[in-house]
Ligand binder design. Sequence first.
Ligand code: PEP
Ligand code: MG
Length: 761
Amino acid sequence: MASKTGSAPPGISPHRRLLARLRDVMAGSGTAQARLDKIVRLIAAEMVAEVCSCYLIRPGETLELFATVGLNPEAVHRTRLRVGEGLVGAVARSAESMALADARDHPAFAYRPETGEDPYRSFVGVPILRGSKVRGVLTIQNKIRRHYAEEEIETLQTIAMVVAELVAGGEMGGRTELASSDAGAAMPTRIGGTTLNGGLAQGLAVLHRPQVTIREMVADNIDDELERFGEATRTMQSSLDQLVARTRKAGIDEPRDILETFRMFAEDRGWLGRIAEAIRTGLTAEAAIQRVRNDMSARMAHLTDPYIRERLSDFEELANRLLMHLAGRTSAASAEALPDEIVLVARSIGPAELLDYGDGRIKALVLEEGSATSHVAIVARALDIPAVSRCAGVMSQVEPLDPVIVDGDNAQILVRPAEDVQDLFNENQALRARRRREYAELADLPAETRDGLRVSLALNAGLLVDLPHLAETGADGIGLYRTEIPFMVRSAYPDVDAQTDLYARVVAQAGDKPVVFRTLDIGGDKTLPYLGEVEQENPALGWRAVRIGLDRPAMLRQQLRALVRGAAGRPLSIMFPMVAEIGEFDRARSLLDAELDRARAEGRPTPSSLAVGSMVEVPALMWQLPELLRRADFLAVGTNDLLQYLFAADRANPLTAGRYDPLSPPFLSVIDQLVQACRAAGKPLSVCGEAAGRPVEALALIGLGVRALSMAPGSVGRIKAMVRSLEVGPLADYLRMMTGRSASSMRPALLAYARDHGISI
Ligand code: PEP
Ligand code: MG
């Protein structure tokens, strides 16, 4: 174990000597400012630099000179730069070190006369990083043109870590000013974000701050440190094993998949090796972990590839775990007494960390970062808790144990809600609970209209955890199984056996109820990490779904093979996404035929019945309907994409998503034509986009003649209630009468109709 005192023994490397002196400074007395002043003097002396300065980030993206030796002392606390301004600002913005033999040649160079830095030519700046946040910049300068050695830069980076701890340890004068402004902290606040999972919940804030303050940076005895590191690694690995076993016992499948991948990373030799190497340079185990993490975070700051970012954040989570094990803690979750109803607030969080908080106490999740496709979003869905991400500044605006309402449906959180908001929330919750009870009572009743017409209500699914909803909701089957979702949560492409196993489980869990498998709908915003990123200017209009399947027939064939095998002689329904022309459907279907031939040749069972359908998402299909319907056994409208392509409005762009109404005449006319065409051809038609799960839209669809809807599990109850309160005959007459009368959305008219006819909306 490292000790806090003691000087460097003679004859050790300059790097270690500097670290040892630094340790003495850190352990010594005096204010944080005094220690920072000593640190810059020490660095300047040991690294033979004429200038050493430390800039720290202040609110408003400003860097302030906090300590210097060599520059004008008067400039301390006076010189300020914006992040991005000058060389120091550039280092802060990029989170990357910069070494220049002649700073004045660099385009970002900004001269500040008050600092008196004009005689200095060479420059090294390293970011002061903690986690993935830049806290400041540490620089050295020399008068002569000097090429700094890699080792010197690394030494400076290590020292920057110490400074980061000094700042984060709360000892720095005016620390609250160094963090974000506290103004208004006690006021009710609304923070908008992006929905990762819908729903409404309330609880007390728990700030997920996994970072452990590192007090000792310099190792006394390298072997001891390596030993501590080895032990913490083993403990971490076995605690992850336990977590995997726990989730397995709880029957949560996809998070387990993710965790197992994560567990694999915990044995990554490259990562563990780099930490051990850093220990051998003289750092404590904690400092070495931090060091390697900082390097990774700095790299991560520039990466746009979501897969690599996700992997690096896995390592960040692992680093936190290791630090906690070194500190003798088991997880961030166990570090404090936690309330019973937690709203977990984090900058970002890994799937394993989220699961650490355990059994049903987490009511909602709020993140500063994180996209809908991230692993943690998938886990949040599996846990069925509302989750909102991209809540800017939430970590600094929420205090521990603040009451927080998370409104996933409206992508917002309400911090310290005022009394009237709180009342509204309580009413809303009571209403939801009552509705849930009412809907649960409907589960065993048929979705039949008052005039005796049966409407099929099915589920959209994609995770195994969705399947129990079949029984709970009384849905008629799975109208859309999004096969890409299980692909998205894996770190490697699942082979035919893995896919077969998955599809067989889906079919088995669905029992007698039919499942419509949609072949991989990747591309666009749904990327598969291991397939490599394809740069596309307009991903939604690009290489996606069946287009990829036809261009990579081996991939599609493998999936079809697995589907045939998974059906194991039972009925099988398959549909292809994003079909734009008949030829695509024909080619996809012929790949399926080839797989059926193969199954026969291998003596395997083929499905007892087979239905092959096409999704209707691309408007061009509207002009090919008779030909398509001669080939396809059924059609399924994906309203999300159909609306996107019909109105040329990106569904992923907040400025255009929701801009056009599916209850507008053009969209309803498309549905009407589809109903007529399918009726004439005697082929089933279903609607499986989000609109199918919204009562007024579903009302219109049924009025136009759609008899099968597929939706998120949470929508089945209210749609069934609507169906059971409806008489279709008069509604169809009403819609026919209204057709052509209104140039804009039918929504107000339909709402009024529902109200006048006692339809439950
Ligand atoms: C749709 O486009 O409406 C649909 C159901 O498919 P996805 O949302 O998966 O693209
Ligand atoms: Mg779609």
